[in-house]
Write a protein that binds this ligand. Sequence first.
Ligand code: NAD
Length: 326
Amino acid sequence: MKNHKRKVLVTGAGGFIGHHLVKFLKEKNYWVRGVDIKKPEFESTLADEFLMLDLRDRKNTDTATKNIDHVYNLAANMGGIGFIETVHAEIMHDNVLINTNMLESSRINKVSRFFFSSSACIYPRYMQRKSRVTALKEDTAYPADPDNEYGWEKLFTERLCMNYKKDYGLDVRIARFHNIYGPLGTWQGGREKSPAALCRKIALAKKEDTIEVWGDGKQTRSYCYIADCVEGIYRLMNSSVDTPLNIGSDRLISINQLIAIIAQIAGKKISKKHDLSKPQGVRGRNSDNTLIKRLLHWSPSTPLEVGFSHTYRWINKQIQEGKQHV
Ligand code: NAD
């Protein structure tokens, strides 16, 4: 019997969101090719084919996109605030190459649709100066003033995607992710983001203990659970929306409030030692979900307490199993 399954490519399939997305697409019965420079760290991949390819190299993006209908392009050299505020040229260099090569190879290999994972980091600094911040609507990206080089590269690639659509008719979908968290993500080593770093610190703490917190803890963010994120990616990819959409939560909380939630999950009494010399990013950031709710009927359904309970337990288990680097 002829196989009518749509063939999809997930780049960054060895990483956090990419690995979860491969699992989701396999459940939906797609034929999936995963590509990355590394295999998933915590589980084996479910991809039908997994190619270890460096996508900074144009020959490799040609190979990756061969005989593919839909591309989910998630590969990026990235990390949490400690990484993106200290590594600049390498992030811009690598990600411009990955994204430019991926778009050009997708055009040449006649990919029918291309998903790009952009970021809340594209939004201007002047919109994010207060803790009680106004949530970010998609149309407030300009005049551009991202707060780091990672955000500038994402904004450039959003524009490149839109111009591949304009000049070559490549059908593009663009999501701006806002702090995606959950199990199976980087939780140590310097590239981890605040949700995983805080879970790790609290998991390592004694029943009554003090943890180091970057900044005064009054900076605010919103956090979106991975299962909601992959559902949002899928709905966007299968919609007709070709302008950027936020994929995030609109529940704004401070880092101090988040610590209280994780400490309660852990059953520990946690005090904080604030280190004001450490990078903390913008003062406040929240996702405005009006547009995605209207266009895709999507909003995250996992309460923060539930998502962080899964995440904390998974990181705690990693530590109990002795997986922590010394
Ligand atoms: P991740 O670091 O876990 O995954 C990225 C993957 O890309 C890694 O496995 C890495 O090995 C791979 N990669 C890096 N360089 C490569 C190369 N040259 N060739 C092939 N693969 C390469 O990150 P993630 O959290 O899963 O993020 C996925 C995407 O979503 C990225 O584009 C990221 O910028 C974007 N994003 C994530 C968040 C978030 O909160 N996690 C927020 C905004 C945007």
